[in-house]
Write a protein that binds this ligand. Structure first.
Ligand code: ZN
Length: 422
């Protein structure tokens, strides 16, 4: 029989869902907790091994300097995890007391539909709403047009579309990619916010007008649409794509940020198809990564690229696959410092900059490394807010500031295109 407390919590959540009029996702996270642990490097190896055996859902990788790792613990595993941490004397604290409640509170109650049909940039949208928004936004804004991402279709046949914002011709390009990891909801919202802010500020804000007169912006709001749709319909915590492979009959999906053909399959990616960082059976096994590659490579003169993730507040440049510095590390470090300084002007949030492998961990087969290897010198991977209080479940009332932080960082990169460093 289920313990009484989780049962009451479940009922509360069901009532809350009923009140706000959305259906209950198939996976119920009531009673799940998110731990932050502080292992030494040696203890972290033990923790990773333990996590693999018990299929712990790691929310963050081991962070250098801070030396912490976040992971989700189900009620069934709690005593085993606590026993392991205590036995190995690994300090930890509980960051999210009840993930089910956090998910229920993530979205604001939608009590009545507003009369006006204006698009709300400060709520999360489904993949279908985003696709419809692309159509209407590009219809309403003469400088914005629809672009097809590669074949234009995902594994499950969803549209893969983006937009181009261009005030002229023959401009260098800046590609902003959002939503590659399905559960990182703040990132599609950030792409939408960015498009809207660019259009609203054109001819209003001198800096933005100047940048838009020198750079074409390409935005991909949802580059893993099947995974994103699945986070709405079935499992809020889904991260990967939704492909099925003959190589694996137990688990679904590939980590689309370990699937790129540059040092593919090396450190920091997994060949276990049930792992959250599964690299895929071959590089570009996923139609979504192939589509994005073909799309970016079809644009002439791409001078900057950023892959937007959450969470942990970082602004990172290549390399991810190795600790060795990239040839342009000094230039990128300077742009990174300027970016995090602009970001902190929004709400005093501190972002870290540096190479991916230095700031976070060694990760191979990533977008940022791949496009850097293809000659896009200003190639970035960013993690937006927060630092773990909500993690992936960032409440909607933080979309505005979270997206604005990203926007300020994007503008610093964009500025460096006409200036020369990018
Ligand atoms: Zn991510």
């Amino acid at each position: 029989m289920a313990p009484l407390v989780p049962l009451i919590a479940t009922m509360k959540i069901l009532v809350l869902f009923a009140l706000i009029g959305i259906s209950v996702a198939a996976v119920d996270y009531t009673g799940h907790q998110v731990y932050r642990s502080y292992p030494t490097p040696g203890e972290n190896e033990l923790l990773q091994r333990f996590g693999k055996v018990f299929e712990l859902d790691f929310w963050s990788d081991y962070r250098h300097g801070d030396d912490f790792v976040d992971f989700r613990v189900s009620p069934e595993l709690r005593s085993k995890v606590n026993e392991f941490l205590t036995k190995n004397r690994i300090n930890y604290e509980i960051f999210i007391e009840d993930l089910g409640i956090a998910i229920a509170k993530e979205r604001k109650p939608k009590l009545s539909k507003m009369n006006d049909d204006s698009f709300d940039y400060f709520v999360y949208h489904t993949v279908d709403e985003i696709d419809e928004w692309i159509t209407s936004f590009t219809k309403d804004n003469s400088f914005a047009s629809v672009v097809t991402i590669g074949s234009g279709k995902s594994y499950e046949g969803r549209n893969m579309r983006g937009l181009k914002i261009s005030t002229g011709s023959d401009r260098p390009a800046f590609v902003i990619n959002c939503g590659i990891h399905a559960r990182e909801w703040i990132t599609p919202a950030t792409c939408l916010y960015t498009a809207n802010k660019l259009m609203n500020e054109y001819n209003m804000n001198m800096t933005i007008t100047h940048l838009m007169n020198g750079v074409d912006f390409y935005l991909i709001p949802s580059s893993n649409p099947d995974g994103y749709a699945y986070t709405w319909s079935n499992d809020r915590m889904w991260r990967k794509t939704r492909s099925k492979s003959d190589m694996c009959d137990t688990c679904i999906g590939v980590d689309p940020n370990r699937n790129w053909d540059f040092h593919w399959g090396e450190a920091g990616s997994s060949s276990d198809c049930c792992s959250e960082s599964y690299k895929g059976s071959v590089a570009f096994s996923e139609i979504e990564t192939k589509n994005q590659r073909d799309f970016v490579e079809s644009i002439e003169n791409v001078r900057a690229y950023i892959d937007v993730h959450s969470y942990s507040q970082t602004w990172m440049y290549p390399y991810g696959y190795t600790k060795s510095p990239a040839p342009d590390a000094a230039i990128l470090e300077k742009i990174g410092r300027d970016s995090v300084s602009a970001i902190s002007s929004v709400d005093s949030h501190v972002f870290q900059t540096g190479s991916i492998s230095d700031v976070v961990y060694v990760a191979s087969g990533s977008t940022a490394d791949f496009f850097y290897s293809k000659g896009i010198k200003c190639s970035w991977g960013a993690e937006l807010r927060d630092t773990g209080k909500y993690g992936f479940i960032l409440p909607e009332d933080q979309i505005g500031k979270g997206a604005e932080e990203a926007f300020q960082g994007f503008m610093v990169i964009a500025k460096n295109i006409p200036l020369g460093p990018c």
